[in-house]
Design a protein around this ligand. Sequence first.
Ligand code: MG
Length: 184
Amino acid sequence: MPEADPAPDSQNPPHAPQTAPDLRIGHGYDLHRLEHLAPEGPGKPLIIGGVPLEHDRGALAHSDGDVLYHAITDALLGAIAHPDIGQLFPNSDDREAGRDSSEYVREARRLISETGFRPISLDATVVLERPKIGPHKDAMRANIAALLGMEVARVNVKGKTHEAVDAVGQGLALEAHCVVLLAR
Ligand code: MG
């Protein structure tokens, strides 16, 4: 007598359609030194997430030094396994001098769209001792969302101090971390 077919497994049907979403995750990190601003000094006004902040120090950088936009750019590029921001926009290139970092984010978005992906979630942390970014986080989120064509609700920016330890904690540098999820 032939054996009866096994009971169908409702959790794992044998011919389940492949519905898993096509996702990529990217991580970005950046750090810039902070220098006291002086009329002829090397420091630049402190710009984070496209928002100019009142501070007596600015980021040392070849571009405008927007540490958050740089971390976001590297997260986006990393998600599609693309060369990083330093390879795409070398700081030895005079054309990058003083460049508005939103252009890096735009270029990363363009490269992503060529692959058919789009960002669907972004979370970032900025680490600096001062000034507090709390009052500016929503402006940063709005800037990022606009650059990437995302809903603001899918973009988050957090601020942390470095508890007064190490260079970041002493106000000599600031850093940013970002993770981004892409889908197609
Ligand atoms: Mg940078």
